[in-house]
Write a protein that binds this ligand. Structure first.
Ligand code: 5RP
Length: 247
């Protein structure tokens, strides 16, 4: 569904720039996708050439294999409670640095590292910048297979147009690294995606959505004339706030 090889040079440019943000001693969450592949390669080079001491927390089999290939030491997410930094690609980013992710079906683990990290840096080429989330890309939802009909039916009731993602070079649906299905949902422009995200999280069988709202604090954008950096003060991160507990 996404164009893996689109804007290769721009993806490489931002991947390499993001690798320069990693500091000695950091534990760094590592996203998934073709842009992140360049980040991992560049990080491996820094480790080799500068003796940088870092550990990566990969979010997929893809990024795990690439870390091994480029000799980036890895630790498992389940052994960490907090990360210094997370770097990830995205499918769409709006001007407030909210994003849609999950084109590579890895958004559940990607959201976990985004939440665990003190800072989430997204790296994209300029084609991913949109005026409104959902204008070019559907919202991916990871769904437990037993709930797929139930969830798609409710999603239609919420005004969405759901489509079960099918495999390429594999018969049948895409099965994520977590063993679940992906339902890609198009919503009309009138829909408030923030509210939809809250509603989707209430449906039994929904594991996670690809809406990354108020998570990124910085976006590196590869353009034909260099890298543009956008930052936000509001990034980070309501989901980490401890709920008030009354007793
Ligand atoms: C994987 C993702 C990717 O980060 C997103 O699809 C961008 O990928 P690419 O860098 O290949 O364009 O969310 O689930």
């Amino acid at each position: 569904m996404k164009k893996e090889n689109g804007n290769r040079e721009l993806k490489q440019q931002v991947g390499q720039a993001a690798a320069r943000l990693v500091k000695n001693g950091m534990i760094c969450g590592i996203g998934t996708g073709s842009t992140i592949a360049f980040f991992i390669e560049a990080l491996g080079r820094r480790i080799r050439e500068e003796g940088l001491n870092v550990n990566g927390v990969p979010t997929s089999y893809q990024s795990r294999l690439l870390c091994r290939e480029y000799e980036v030491p890895i630790i498992a997410a389940e052994d960490c409670s907090e990360l210094d930094l997370a770097v990830d690609g995205a499918d769409e980013v709006d001007e407030d640095l909210n994003a849609i992710k999950g084109g590579g079906a890895a958004h559940t683990r990607e959201k976990i590292i985004a939440a665990m990290a003190r800072e989430l840096v997204l790296i994209i080429d300029e084609s991913k910048l949109v005026p409104r989330l959902g204008s070019t890309f559907p919202v991916p939802i990871e769904v437990i297979p037993a709930a797929v009909k139930y969830v798609t039916n409710i999603v239609i009731g919420l005004g969405g147009d759901p489509l079960l993602r099918m495999g390429v070079n594999k018969d049948g649906p895409v099965v994520t690294d977590n063993g679940q299905f992906i339902v890609d949902v198009r919503f009309s422009e009138e829909v408030d995606l923030r509210q939809i995200d809250r509603q989707l999280h209430c449906i039994p069988g929904v594991v996670e959505t690809g809406l990354f709202l108020d998570l990124a604090s910085q976006v590196l954008i590869g353009t034909g004339s260099g890298i543009t950096v956008k930052t936000t003060q509001s990034g980070k991160k309501p989901i980490l706030l401890k709920p008030d507990i009354e007793n």
